[in-house]
Design a binder for this molecule. Sequence first.
Ligand SMILES: [Mn+2]
Length: 299
Amino acid sequence: MILITHWDIDGIFCLYLFYKRFGDRFKVYFSGPRSINRVLSKLIYEGKNNEELFITDIATNQVSLYLSACFNGAHWIDHHEIDSFDVPKGVEIFIKRYKSAARCVADYFNLEDNYLDIVDDIDSNNIRSDLERDLRDLVTAIRYFNPKTYPIYFENIAKELNSGIPIENIIEKRKKILKDYREYLKKKEDYIILSTKIFNLSGRKVFIVEMEYDIPSYNIIEILQKRLGGNIDYIVILYGNRGEIRTTTEKNVLEIAKCLGGGGHRYAAGFQYDNKDLIVEKIKECIEKVIKNEEKLIG
Ligand SMILES: [Mn+2]
């Protein structure tokens, strides 16, 4: 059996639930929506497709569904909204609109778990405690400082969770890397502020941040809120060839992402782009268009 899970906190908790359900009788790989096709192709090329496959917390695309059909049964357990796809024979899709994929996994296998609320909070960007923030930033820090070897760290965290070690101890053991990451963020604060353009579009506050560094949107938003204060209706963060859209006022950002050819969730969406020179204008156009449509609906 093979599990491919997302390389974030939700993906790690999915892995933990698989350990809980199956012990360690399976091989795990980490991937994401932009690398899933490559990972599946590689596994098929290496002849590993005679195994049963589970994929968690990674949004499907049509090609990935076809690739997963080459395995000895494939199961997608996820919470990302998808368009209607052609689902090939032997492929099962289990998608529920929960806040985390971990909750979908728990539902799928009928497991109870005390950590699901924490994962829901973190994955839906609704951090409610220092513990949740530490856990989120720890996972980011591990990937940032260990871009090649992070799977070993993530597997160990999931195994420690499964052996009953409290989450506080799991974080405490790795507090050095968390501290280093927070110091790194502190040094980048001024850069982030200087990279932010502020607009008022149809009465809504819009921040567009052009980033040279791969700092996650949640860290950027916390820095912007701390330094500039207040809520932000739309935050668009540009990473060179892809953008992330977020809101701190529960605006629907999915429609804006769709207007830019992307997708995601209502409060967290993304898109890709080629032309750096045109993208800011295009984003502004899409935001204006979406606001106009919303106002039309309200009447
Ligand atoms: Mn997720």
